[in-house]
Design a protein around this ligand. Structure first.
Ligand code: MGP
Length: 346
């Protein structure tokens, strides 16, 4: 196995011998100094390794007696992976320590290296993902478009509704999450007992959704489909509802006087999106910016063969005196997937 520092490291539980000798600590010197960690870290780790050539006996296993909090997570930019090290044991490994670990400091996270401009969202990480420290992974888009967990839970309650009160019906209600991102909403739908088909265009984010869902213990109920919601034929899924959290054109949405859901979805055609939703399920929810022009939204929904159900939900939590963070509109289609009216009373 290639280590974070480019050296070789043993797989957990594999044999010893010469491979052990090649256990190498990552190239952390500069970062260690920057973070005020002991300079002896690397040297200690190689103690007994005969100047890097002898057998250290330290492998990716053998956690015996270690304080779980002794393990520190760090990001290896070279390998594109997280790794873990223990100063006291003088070990480094790719495998997540079963007893827990201290999450990587901001400067060491993959997010910092790949998207330093989203630091504001990192500060909100526990509001976005309460289990962030268990290894939740996000990319730049995932950071700025993650629905805060409390809002995602409200949306799941509203959309999945009474199903969650009947655990025996787990998975009976199916939600298609059309723009799943890194899985924040899909996780909450699954926690509300729904079966979720999480559609995401970006393969990396698909992997992140799978991982994040498993961190929340709902991996079994979230099926990730890598593809374009507007192109996929999801009619046969038999979904009960579609959740739409489309792109808002990035954080710059805030600079607009008002947000038009027909034209301002980062290049996505708002009407095409709603028509695609209508072909998948009768009910839908759309998560949109607080500056959305609700009358334009109402007209758009009508054109796609649906009505807004009740008032749009204004989610509290805006900053700088703004009381609203974002809105969710709930839709019921009166036209079916063929564009024909549903029978009266249905
Ligand atoms: P924000 O741009 O951080 O606004 O987005 P605000 O209110 O200035 O943030 P604050 O915490 O500094 O007060 C707020 C929320 O809107 C984000 O956390 C996301 O949930 C959502 N959001 C933002 N963007 C840019 C998008 C987007 O492009 N798509 C989707 N679906 N949601 C977004």
């Amino acid at each position: 196995m290639q280590t974070a520092g480019g050296g070789r490291m043993m797989e957990e539980g594999t044999g010893g011998g010469a491979e052990d000798a090649q256990l190498a600590m990552p190239e952390l010197g500069g970062l260690l100094r920057e973070l005020g960690l002991p300079e002896g870290f690397r040297g200690d780790a190689r103690a007994g390794a005969g100047g890097g050539a002898g057998a250290s006996g330290a492998r990716g296993g053998g956690r015996g007696g270690a304080d779980p909090t002794d393990w520190q997570q760090a990001w290896s930019a070279g390998d594109g992976r997280y790794y873990y090290y223990s100063e006291s044991l003088g070990e480094t490994q790719w495998e997540t320590p079963p007893g827990g670990f201290i999450p990587a400091p901001w400067k060491w996270t993959r997010e910092f290296h790949e998207c330093p401009d989203i630091k504001k969202y990192w500060a909100q990480r526990y509001r976005l993902y309460s289990r962030y420290d268990s290894g939740v992974e996000l990319d730049r888009v995932g950071w700025f478009s993650a629905t805060p967990e409390v809002i995602a839970k409200d949306q799941a309650d509203a959309l999945v509704g009474p199903w969650q009160e009947f655990p025996q019906r787990a998975g009976a209600f199916c939600v298609v999450d059309a723009f799943a991102g890194c899985g924040g909403n899909a996780i909450q739908f699954a926690r509300a007992m729904a079966r979720v088909v999480a559609v995401e265009l970006d393969p990396d984010r698909c992997g992140m959704t799978r991982k994040n869902a498993s961190i929340y213990g709902v991996g079994q109920r979230v099926e990730v489909v890598c593809g374009d919601f507007l192109q996929l034929r999801l009619d046969s899924v038999g979904a009960d509802a579609v959740f739409l959290s489309p792109p808002w054109g990035g954080p710059e949405y805030q600079d607009r006087d008002y947000f038009d859901p027909r034209t301002d979805l980062g290049g996505l055609d708002g009407l095409a999106m709603l028509n695609a939703a209508r072909r998948v399920a009768r009910r839908a929810a759309i998560f949109l910016p607080r500056n959305t022009d609700v009358e334009l939204l109402r007209e758009l929904v009508l054109e796609a063969g649906g009505d807004l159900v009740g008032e749009v939900t204004e989610h509290p939590g805006g900053k700088d005196g703004r009381m609203v963070k974002a809105i969710t509109a709930y839709v019921r289609f009166f036209l079916d997937r063929e564009g024909q009216p549903y029978p009266y009373g249905e």
